[in-house]
Ligand binder design. Structure first.
Ligand code: ZN
Length: 138
């Protein structure tokens, strides 16, 4: 069995943003020489997510509005922020949107469904963060 490990560094200018990282993941797969297997992609920080959905800007605005209703930003709203942090909302948003995705690798390609794309969701950005890409197979 072969394996390939890569860390994608991300630093978003905005506190909250969604980035399509499918091209970077595909680049890692091409460099791995793995034709059949599994590709794990996970956020390595507890205030950011990796998820799969549609690359449609209206939907991304809908996600933002929905998340803000569920976990509004606000320093005085949360127990966690009593520690002096201001990012409790980002921890909650990360949990809702998920930590990782696993995509099958078939004939050397990510075996994504129609319209499926891999996204990085940032909820407390403006600093360097990492996404792990781990590909295993033959
Ligand atoms: Zn925190």
């Amino acid at each position: 069995m072969k394996s390939h490990t890569h860390y994608i560094w991300i630093n978003t200018p905005l506190r909250q943003d969604f980035l399509n990282i499918t091209p970077q993941v595909e680049g890692e797969l091409e460099g791995s020489d793995i034709k059949e297997g599994l590709c794990l992609v996970n956020a390595m920080h507890i205030t950011s997510s990796v998820f799969i959905n549609d690359d449609e800007s209206g939907l991304h605005k809908d996600f933002s509005v929905w998340l803000e209703k569920l976990a509004p930003f606000g320093k005085d709203k949360y127990q966690h922020n009593l520690t002096g942090e201001d990012n409790a909302d980002a921890h909650l948003k990360r949990t809702i949107m998920g930590r990782e995705v696993v995509v099958a690798v078939t004939q050397g390609k990510l075996d994504l469904g129609p319209w499926e794309q891999i996204f990085y969701g940032e909820f407390d950005g403006q600093r360097k963060k990492r996404v792990l890409v781990k590909i295993i197979g033959e």
